[in-house]
Design a protein around this ligand. Structure first.
Ligand SMILES: Nc1ncnc2c1ncn2[C@@H]1O[C@H](COP(=O)(O)OP(=O)(O)OP(=O)(O)O)[C@@H](O)[C@H]1O
Ligand SMILES: [Mg+2]
Length: 269
């Protein structure tokens, strides 16, 4: 890894599946890239090449080739039409759950051989709280937990926060309410979860803004184009750009080792 490169490492998680992790990862990556930031999106949801599909990108190789030893990470990195560097996820044959903890740690460690000058590494983490998912959660610097205003999503987001808190990896947790009716509704959802988290876990959470429900999200998925590129004026696109701006304004983390080395050393400790 290039010593001058000190990317921020953001993990996008959710607990429950299907609540918008990939939508947030992809659109945040494209929004940051369109602001001139150098972004690498790592699709760590190894089961399906979700991020690749959402970006409308076809890559010949993906993480399954890295895990089988046929390719190195550097071999499979590609650049999408939107200028985002992408490490494609699995082929559908490989389940994240089939990865042993050692292999998951190996995937994280493989980043040490990657020479990329980056501002942001965004990791689209699989659903659930399996040991493999937690390996990625520990390795990132900031954890963005996507949550919808429905009981199962809230319960699973809380469950994720609880495990992180028990593991002592609970600093830098950000809630990203998704598919909400308004910014005010999103902030209320954040406050509800933050109240419970403070009361039962003593765990504060951070808030950067919400993503509103927008039917253009589905249109963009159907067209295999990220929303912020397809319909920059849409409601959710504006929300994604606002989220990117908020992230850009966060102060660098104190005591961070910086960059991809952080991604490696954090999970080894
Ligand atoms: N803000 C939004 N407005 C409308 N629809 C949305 C929004 N965000 C996500 N969706 C829809 O929710 C569905 C799931 O989104 P997405 O694939 O991003 O979730 P995920 O958490 O990555 O799922 P998985 O756990 O399967 O990886 C998609 O069909 C998408 O169209
Ligand atoms: Mg996904």
């Amino acid at each position: 890894m290039n010593a001058s490169s000190k990317p921020e490492v953001l993990g996008i998680a959710s607990g429950k599946g299907g609540v918008g992790k990939t939508t947030v990862s992809v659109n945040l990556a494209v929004a940051l890239a369109s602001q001139g930031k150098r972004v690498l999106l790592f699709d760590a949801d190894l089961g399906l090449a979700n991020a690749q599909i959402a970006l409308g990108h076809r890559a010949p190789f993906n993480m399954s080739h890295v895990i089988s030893g046929e390719k190195s990470l550097a071999d499979i990195v590609t650049t999408t039409a939107q200028g985002v560097r992408l490490i494609p996820g699995g082929s559908g044959l490989l389940d994240m759950a089939a990865l042993g903890p050692k292999e998951a740690a190996g995937v994280v460690q493989a980043f040490s051989e990657l020479e990329e000058d980056l501002d942001y590494l965004i990791v689209d983490i699989a659903a659930g709280i399996s040991p493999q998912v937690m390996t990625f959660m520990r390795a990132v610097q900031r954890r963005l937990i996507v949550v919808r205003d429905e009981p199962s999503s809230i319960a699973d987001a809380y469950g994720t926060i609880k495990v992180l808190s028990q593991e002592g990896a609970a600093d830098q947790i950000y809630l990203v309410p998704n598919m909400v009716d308004s910014q005010a509704a999103g902030e209320m959802l954040f406050k509800r979860i933050q109240d419970v988290s403070l009361r039962f876990l003593g765990q504060p959470l951070h808030y950067l803004g919400s993503i509103e429900a927008d039917e253009m999200v589905l249109t963009s998925l159907r067209q295999h184009k990220p929303l912020v590129a397809l319909a920059p004026g849409s409601l959710a696109s504006r929300n994604f750009r606002a989220l990117a701006n908020e992230i850009g304004q966060l102060s660098p983390l104190e005591g961070s080792l910086g960059g991809l080395s952080f991604f490696i050393e954090r999970q080894l400790s």
